[in-house]
Design a protein around this ligand. Structure first.
Ligand SMILES: [Zn+2]
Length: 418
């Protein structure tokens, strides 16, 4: 199975001003040319022809080449490889729109403001690793066929990944130059062939809760719980709740008929970034523990989210955590795949009501779970995460929901770990 991910690196703030301007200039020229192609398509209703199937995307590429290539080469001082790349990016954007339309789905034309800036590796951008001051240098062919050397900074993990990629461990795709908050980043797609592991020593039950972002329980193959970890980003969650609250306030002050404002959208963007940060860190830790203990990962299947009830603030809490939980599942699956680790999604039904030890129904009051049968009290989220782990080891995930099986009665059949 082929897995892919991308490495994000940042142009160093110590970059020389002229080089920064050249890079920005290149970015802007790229956008201008993309808009030229794009408006040519719209002016000649070529997108309609693509939707109706009158022409293919290959025809469109050829047509644009014939009509505009020479003109663009004369007006802009930019490499031919890049001109072709721009044309392809625009055609691909239009084509994915056309495909949706052909399937009868709702779709809107790609946004004109910003097209993906794809730079061919290694022809337009190449990578050097030298010196101690910067992680890498990227040599980019910008306007006027000039090559500029840009200092790059990145995280430790990104650095290792890119080094490994350069050493041939992964396939490297076309780089993307990204502008965000008036600064530049590169995104580097990498691919590798992965085989999902067949045998494991344990299972990790993950409960994604409201009180904690995640509770991770390691159930070893001898049937014993050997590790429990609680992950919580209290301060950040608080910040998100405050921002959310602020959005509600701003919304109530909007003039009638208006649903959002620039300020509200800015706040949304901040929330999204924080959510992403939490989800990335939680999923990273889950996969780390699974890797260290050679374990499968078991999580709730979040297809059915719980109904929203209660007051506004509580409702918001639930919405925020549902949003993050969805992301955690998504990121965990893709991070686990990269490591060749299996993720099993189980039904969350009754996982918080069942005693993980004896399997009988118990009482959950806020953060505690009390089992009347074995007279034990547990942390409710821990109990749920243990149940999720146990459930994933049972052969028929759906069928066992109504026939709970606690750890006491549980004898790990060897093959359930495979
Ligand atoms: Zn019990």
């Amino acid at each position: 199975m082929q897995v892919a991910k991308s490495i994000m690196v940042k142009v160093s703030k110590k970059v020389n001003r002229d080089k920064f301007l050249s890079l920005r200039n290149f970015f802007n020229t790229y956008q201008t040319i993309a808009r030229l192609y794009y408006s040519y398509i719209l002016e000649n209703s070529l997108e309609e022809k693509l939707c109706s199937g009158e022409i293919t995307s290959k025809d469109l590429k050829n047509l644009l080449h014939q009509k505009l290539y020479r003109q663009i080469k004369e007006s802009f001082d930019i490499g031919s490889q890049t001109v072709q790349e721009i044309r392809d990016v625009v055609v691909e954007a239009i084509n994915s729109y056309a495909q949706l339309i052909r399937k009868g789905k709702k779709a809107s034309l790609p946004k004109v403001e910003e097209f993906t800036v794809r730079v061919n590796y290694p022809r337009v951008v190449s990578v050097f690793e030298q010196g101690k001051k910067f992680d890498f240098f990227f040599k980019v062919k910008v306007n006027g066929d000039k090559r500029i050397t840009i200092p790059i900074e990145c995280g430790k993990m990104q650095k290792q990944l890119l080094k490994d990629a350069l050493n041939g461990e992964y396939k490297i795709g076309a780089f993307q130059l990204i502008r965000r908050d008036d600064w530049f980043y590169f995104s580097i797609p990498i691919k590798k062939e992965v085989e999902i592991k067949q045998t494991y020593d344990g299972i990790i039950g993950v409960d994604l809760g409201l009180r904690y972002n995640a509770i991770i329980t390691l159930l070893y193959k001898n049937g014993k719980i050997t590790k429990v970890e609680f992950l919580k980003y209290r301060k950040l969650m608080h910040k998100i709740r405050m921002l959310w609250h602020r959005i509600d306030e701003l919304k109530s002050m909007l003039p009638e008929g208006q649903r959002t404002s620039k300020r509200i959208q800015k706040l949304w963007k901040r929330i999204r970034r924080m959510n992403d940060w939490i989800a990335h860190n939680v999923s990273k830790r889950i996969v780390e523990i699974a890797k260290e203990n050679n374990s499968i990962i078991a999580m709730e299947n979040l297809k059915r989210l719980y109904p929203v009830k209660g007051k506004n603030l509580r409702k918001n809490n639930r919405r925020i955590s549902n949003w993050i939980r969805g992301k955690v599942v998504k990121y965990t699956i893709y991070k686990a795949k990269w490591e060749g680790i299996r993720v099993k999604l189980v039904s969350p039904k009754n996982t918080s009501k069942t005693c993980h030890l004896c399997g009988s129904q118990g009482l959950r009051i806020n953060a505690t779970f009390f089992c009347e049968h074995c007279k034990h009290t547990y942390n409710a989220d821990f109990n749920a995460s243990a149940n999720i782990g146990i459930r994933a080891t049972l052969p028929n995930v759906k069928g066992c929901v109504n026939h709970p099986l606690g750890l006491m009665a549980y004898k790990a059949p060897c093959n359930s770990w495979e």
